[in-house]
Design a protein around this ligand. Structure first.
Ligand SMILES: Nc1ncnc2c1ncn2[C@@H]1O[C@H](COP(=O)(O)OP(=O)(O)O)[C@@H](O)[C@H]1O
Ligand SMILES: [Mg+2]
Length: 256
């Protein structure tokens, strides 16, 4: 199997010196090329910290991360001593529950300008890509609206589109369906699936939405008490076949 993300002995913390608090140590896992892995686990377990550490946005205390390992564009490694290079950073897309859209730009410009600035794409091509994405996500009618007019769910979807506009080789998503109704969550799901199948992009995503996890994930990772366990494919996880502790967590989430 080809590898899309490989993390070894990863440790991350907050604070320094005597105030340093460890979030996790010795996390090791692999995700297949072109696969979608979902990290689940209790609130405060360190899911967001893990995502940011993998993205090169939170310092690593130890360990190594290799992104897009077997991708045709080549692997990207970072370690505590050697952060992500700017040209590699462009290949790593990231979207958050609360997207930091540029508030002085309209919706289309939020998708168009990063393509111009970061990839040097010709204006026309960038605009065509932006409009195709807006159409696919069912938000064309807001193309010219200021992003400040968007609801939380719409802004979230535009945030996902902005990362897709740059055609990343690795995509990291933190709770990006938290404000979506089931219909829009389904749209997000279809768009991601389609993108991954076309490009061999590898996705690491965090979600509390167990329905979303079941439909979209190839692999479920469970983070709790500073430890990460690979639960395998969601169907077996949800049936409690692989790991009773993960199954119990999923049941609790579904009941909540
Ligand atoms: N900026 C911060 N400074 C100090 N501690 C933090 C900070 N952000 C998160 N933490 C702590 O790190 C741990 C993991 O947080 P987080 O990664 O946000 O968990 P999750 O995403 O699973 O809810 C928690 O104990 C949280 O309180
Ligand atoms: Mg979080």
């Amino acid at each position: 199997m080809k590898t899309g993300i490989e993390v070894r002995d990863l440790a991350a913390s907050y604070g320094e010196g005597r105030k340093q608090v460890s979030v996790f140590t010795d996390l090791t896992f692999k995700i297949g090329l072109g696969e979608i892995a979902m990290v689940i686990g209790p609130s405060g377990a360190g899911k967001s910290t893990l995502l940011n550490a993998v993205a090169g946005m939170h310092p690593l205390d130890s360990g190594s991360v290799v992104l897009a390992v077997d991708h045709p564009n080549g692997g990207i490694q970072h370690t505590p001593d050697q952060g992500l290079k700017p040209r590699d950073r462009r290949r790593v897309g990231i979207a958050y529950q609360k997207p930091n859209l540029w508030s002085h730009l309209n919706v289309r410009e939020n998708l168009l300008h990063p393509q111009r600035w970061l990839l040097g794409r010709p204006r026309r091509e960038a605009r065509e890509r932006a409009d195709a994405l807006l159409e696919a996500m069912g938000v064309s009618e807001y193309a010219n609206a200021p992003v400040t007019d968007l609801s939380g769910g719409q802004a979230q979807r535009v945030g996902i589109l902005r990362s897709l506009a740059l055609e990343p080789d690795v995509l990291l998503l933190d709770e990006v369906t938290a404000s979506q109704d089931p219909q829009n969550a389904q749209l997000v799901f279809e768009l991601l699936r389609d993108y991954v199948q076309r490009t061999q992009c590898t996705v690491l995503t965090i979600s509390h939405d167990m329905g979303f996890v079941e439909r979209i994930a190839d692999q479920v990772l469970f983070l709790a008490d500073g430890r990460l366990r690979n639960g395998g494919p969601p169907k077996s996880v949800f049936r409690g076949e692989t790991d009773p502790e993960i199954a119990a967590f999923v049941q609790g989430e579904n009941a909540a």
